[in-house]
Ligand binder design. Sequence first.
Ligand code: URA
Length: 441
Amino acid sequence: MRMFDVIKHKRDGLELTDEEIEFFVKGYVAGDIPDYQASALAMAIFYKGMNARETGTLTWQMAISGDTCDLSPIPGIKVDKHSTGGVGDKTSLAVVPIVAAAGCPVAKMSGRGLGHTGGTLDKLESIPGFSVGIEQERFFEIVNSVGCAIIGQTGNLVPADKKLYALRDVTATIDSIPLIASSIMSKKIAAGADAILLDVKCGSGAFMKTDLQAAELAKAMVAIGEEVGRTTVALISDMDRPLGLKIGNSLEVMEACEVLKGMAPEDISATCLELAANMLFLAGRGELALCRKIAKEQVDSGAAFEKLCEMAEAQGGDSSVLRDFSRFPQAACTREVRATQSGYLFSMNTEQVGTSSAALGAGRETIDAGVDFSAGIALAKKTGDYVEEGDLLATLYSSSEARLDEGERILREAITTSERAPVIPPHFYARVDANGVHWLH
Ligand code: URA
């Protein structure tokens, strides 16, 4: 078989055979197929797409391209959660302890931020001492004793995705449904959970800009999960506005604590509770209505907040910062951004808000770069709010005045004001399971 022919078949709109897909994944991981041929194939897939069988085969070949995780030392049904990425998306930090406090174990492997989106590992590492590089045996011990742990990928999990994702990132081939679906699902399948909850983001801060595109991606991922015997549900949630008010690493940990104390803005609280309820549903805790009640009880009783503190301590973190935010390392420079005209905040380009936060130091440009844990944005207003000239829009945190200048410039460009009030999107658009898409509005 020749890689030239595999590329040509996809370029000409043909279906790739299972053997062709296996040949590509194995050859690329082994280093026999060069990046230029892999990027040509990624671009052909971007334009010509893949059907469900091709996407399923690609996912499976990627999932078995390296080590896989066996979670059987942890008793019970293990449910994993994955978000397709967004701005201010700190849901894992709150949802994992809620689910664990309700008695369902969560053994979660998360990723780092890249570009305009943040990553759970960076956020957790903003808790002084918190370690995400824990060996598998200790990982299982923590999940069995505390009920939850969140770590980075251990071992050689899904090397095919590591190579392919880095390649797609620099060849403008990220936003392709079969490539995103296979990238995410291969990692979830290799990570070993029995059931998977997907939070598919939709809007200006997400890869999928419309609810219909998000539904296509969700359907593709649910079909892959069900095909390999993992019950999979996807919620399509809003990312047309940043989630909550805080964007940045330690800022988002603080807001996750507020969710767990019942003191956070409504959008982030409602989103976390619904995600947690769906994880409990997948863990077999009963009907969704009952699971919503169980999730809320964990917050109201304070059990979920205590669970986060316990997890932080077990992973080497100083949980005193979670109880007293002034103990977090503070940013060297701050700036208040104020409205220059009165009117409704009509739209906020959420990807640009994420880019502003990254420019302040909260994000990374390349996978090896570091992040500034205390940098970021605390929004005072969001889309739909009416502001008077001079009102506070946001406070920016960074390490230098030059970074503040850049962050402010990008943030101001992201915001439009109008005399008209905008239509506010719902928190959730749809729930997708093996039976299809159930629109919620
Ligand atoms: N997240 C992933 O893990 N992979 C993608 O392709 C896109 C988002």
